[in-house]
Design a protein around this ligand. Sequence first.
Ligand code: PMP
Length: 451
Amino acid sequence: MIARDAIDAMLEAERARFAAANPRSAALASEAARHWHRGVPFHWMLDWGTPFPLFAARAKGAELWDVDGHRYDDFCLGDTGSMFGHSPEPVARALAKQVAHGLTYMLPTEDAVVVADELAARFKLPFWQVTSSASEANRAVIRWARAITRRDKVLVFNGCYHGAVDDAFVDLRDGVPELRRSLVGQVYDLRDHTVVIEFNDLAALEAALNKGDVACVLAEPAMTNVGMVLPDAGYLTALRQLTARHDTLLVFDETHTISTGYGGHSATHGPLPDMFVLGKPVAGGVPCAVYGFSAEVAERMERVRTEGETGHSGIGTTLSANALALAAMRACLTEVMTVEAYAHMLPLAEVLADQLRAVIAGNGLSWHVIHIGARGEFLCTDTPPRNGTQARAVMQGPLEHALHLFLINRGVLIAPFHNMTLVSPATTRTQVDRLAEVLDLCLKTLTGATR
Ligand code: PMP
């Protein structure tokens, strides 16, 4: 247990240290505030807990430099968008080439053929579509699932996040569903069409599916947005069996769990879903996502389409699947997200997890380190959570905030939301060692061992 006054003292000291070390970021922040609402072009950029936004200058591989000339070991990697490294050479080359030949024509290119073959072989689903973000892919999948099953409900797990998808913004509080309190401007009662239950609760799943009105279960194979919650042994197999039995489509959103291995969690460990979503890193950081589906789903989609009126389906946006995105995705899938890349990432992430465990234990704390392939997480609790309620209960905002700021001030970036780390193909053992060293210093400061 870390004392609150130690956390407050660290926050105060680290805010002052950040302000002193980053004059150029401070100047840009005040200029940007003239016309950007809250001073940044996208409000998530305020979530780092720094007293003013850190302005980036450039990044390459697993390193990032800010405008004041500091270099960072980057374990955040754009919160997964750059999970395979910043500007991987093949993606940079493909982009440079495509840029001279038009960016968006609303026509397919040769790259589209290669990408679809690659997706089908890797993720073991035969049909694919492209969107501009994972949020958009999840919205499309939900819409298709409702259309083809003619059922209105979507089932999600408490504590989930699937992007800006309103249907998933329903939480359980003391076991009672309610709209996520932070959701802005939603006037519909999402609970009319969304069912929320706890992850790893098979009885609740069976009871919900028994009603026969759930179009799809939208899930990550392991929850990664509420700290990290792993599936119990056998849980995903049971989820697969129950959804099949109730004619409910199973959707795996593998936007984060692509860290598991070459085919994501589904193709690495099974089971395969009916529909599959992957965004963020799939085109090396160029806005792009894909969703895939089984032959049976494709056939049912086609029936809905041919039975309906012609016109706008409500699915898709103009810039989706443009030539630039396809060029980037081809390069990323075939030359960057390779078996060899995972062969570097996975063992190094294991080393990182072991080092974090050693540092935590060395500081007398009984925190938990979990990782799914290249994606790691340390949780300030001695028992790993099994569902969203348990995971939320162990989150410690001010402590995490102090810790992140301490790391930033010493040249290490981890994701600003909870304590997530990513190991990319470009990440080195030296960077891993440094993260462990800096965390050790941070914990020693917080527990008073350095005083
Ligand atoms: N799915 C999952 C599992 C995510 O974690 C996120 C974003 N964190 C998204 C979808 C949405 O991605 P995007 O913001 O790129 O649309």
